[in-house]
Design a protein around this ligand. Structure first.
Ligand code: UD1
Ligand code: MG
Length: 452
């Protein structure tokens, strides 16, 4: 039996923020969500989240997870004190307790699995995840013998100058045989620089305690300040982008591209510089995205071209060309082989196949048929100041430049709208609608010169 505890009660003073540290976002998910998600290979078990500073906010942020048990640590007197709060909750529990700091978001599920299986195979009282890191500043230093038996963990601020030279750090991820840990928890003392009860001191009372080395030290980087948060983002991005390149996606100048780890790409997609793919986005095979494009929570079909554009909560079907400088938003659905061009905004509209909206238009709350040509500067006036209204444009229709379609209005099929028209009434199929004043020309007319 395994139970899991996540330490999430601290404020995270070094973040200099009102938001609890574990709720800071890292590429679309909070630190504590990432820690929870890294448990995917651990068998379903009790999950205890220790909360304190703004505990309710942390609890609300984790609502989507089932069966979490929240344990309150009223005063945050250290990581050992946090685990002491579990004593009444785990009374009689005979299994192992996996403990994770809530600020270690880069762990791979296999690493946690490896820690747990080594702990069991070796029959340890405690097993600690560790690595040698280039810059150990701020971390607890781990001292062990050549057989991986742990001797001591000393916090950075309690280290002597000589101890600080040790680059082997404590990752804040541990496995304890709970009955052994439960016995020693009450003996923890707070005689250290911070005057806190350290979980790391518990290992002094346990035997045997062994360390497990994590191959990629970046996995156990802890987030204590904004610089470490930015560094973690970079590491995460490198992982995500490497994986997509291995899967057959071309990234041109990967350093300038960001891709959330929730995004899906198909092989032979090409992503150009300064492009950002966010949230629940799917880019299908052969599509060419960027440069200078942001796509969020959207689905882009096969062989679509998007450049210098913003697409959010929308869908583009195969073979369409978007941009430069287009904005699709609020459930815009673009059909196959369309062209949505320069300075065009499409909001909550369904555009049929082979339809062109090539220049300077706004389509909102609109449906169009197929093969429509929306002329330059055509605008749907969808808002009367109180409510939004629908516009429909039938298949084969052409709207002239600078026409205004005042919603609610329905334009039939194969209609021609004359340039500069303001259309307020429905237009039947196969007709020409002109709604503008006639041009008057006065021949031989000139301004009268001024008297002086
Ligand atoms: C801790 C370890 C250090 C290790 C590092 C790894 C201790 C004493 N030190 O230091 O050896 O190298 O993590 O990242 O454990 N928390 C509570 N209640 C508290 C205090 C903290 O729940 O009273 C939580 C925090 O919210 C955080 C986690 O415990 O998620 C770790 O606390 P933090 O202050 O970040 O410890 P570090 O100084 O990083
Ligand atoms: Mg920390």
């Amino acid at each position: 039996m395994v139970a899991v505890a996540i330490l999430a009660a601290g404020r995270g003073t070094r973040m200099k923020s009102d938001l609890p540290k574990v709720l800071h976002q890292l590429a679309g998910r909070s630190l504590v969500e990432r820690v929870l998600d890294s448990l995917s290979q651990i068998p379903r078990s009790r999950r205890l989240i220790i909360v304190g500073y703004r505990g309710e906010q942390v609890q609300t942020a984790l609502e989507r997870y089932d069966n979490l048990e929240f344990v309150e640590q009223k005063d945050q007197l250290g990581t050992g004190h946090a685990i002491q709060q579990l004593l009444p909750h785990l009374e009689g529990f005979e299994g192992d307790l996996l403990v994770l700091n809530g600020d270690v978001p880069l762990l791979r599920p296999e690493t946690i699995q490896m820690l747990l299986s080594t702990h069991k195979e070796q029959g340890n009282a405690a097993t600690i995840l560790t690595a040698q890191v280039p810059d150990p500043k701020g971390y607890g230093r781990v001292f062990c013998d050549s057989k991986h038996q742990l001797k001591q963990i000393v916090e950075d601020r309690d280290c002597t100058a000589a101890q600080k030279q040790n680059r082997r750090i404590n990752g804040g991820v541990y496995c304890f045989h709970w009955p052994d840990l439960a016995k020693v928890l009450p003996s923890l003392k707070s005689e250290n620089d911070q005057g806190e009860f350290y979980l790391t001191d518990a290992v002094n009372y346990l035997h045997p305690v062994r360390v497990v080395q994590v191959e990629d030290y970046q996995e156990i980087l802890g987030i204590n300040d904004r610089k470490q948060l930015a560094k973690a983002y970079q590491i995460l991005q490198m992982r995500v982008k490497d994986a997509w390149m291995s899967a057959g996606v071309t990234l041109i100048d990967p350093d300038s591209i960001t891709i959330d780890d929730t995004v899906q790409l198909e092989s032979d997609a090409i992503v150009e510089p300064q492009t950002h793919l966010r949230g629940n986005t799917l880019i299908k095979s052969g599509s060419h995205i960027g440069p200078g494009t942001t796509i969020e929570d959207s689905e882009i079909g096969e062989n679509v071209r998007v450049m210098y554009s913003v697409v959010s909560h929308s869908q583009v079907k195969a073979g369409s060309r978007i941009g430069p400088y287009a904005h699709l938003r609020g459930e815009a659905q673009i059909g196959e082989s369309c062209r949505i061009g320069n300075f065009v905004e499409v909001k909550k509209s369904k555009i049929g196949d082979r339809t062109n909206v090539a220049h300077l238009s706004y389509l909102g709350d609109t449906t169009t048929g197929d093969r429509v040509n929306v002329g330059a500067g055509t605008i749907t006036a969808n808002y009367d100041g109180v409510q939004k209204h629908q516009t429909h444009i039938g298949s084969g229709t052409k709207t002239g430049s600078n026409s205004v379609l005042v919603a609610p209005v329905s334009i039939g099929e194969n209609v021609t709208i004359a340039a500069g028209s303001t259309i307020t009434n429905d237009v039947p199929d196969h007709s020409l609608a002109i709604a503008r004043s006639r041009q008057t020309v006065k021949p031989d007319w000139q301004l009268k010169p001024k008297a002086d």
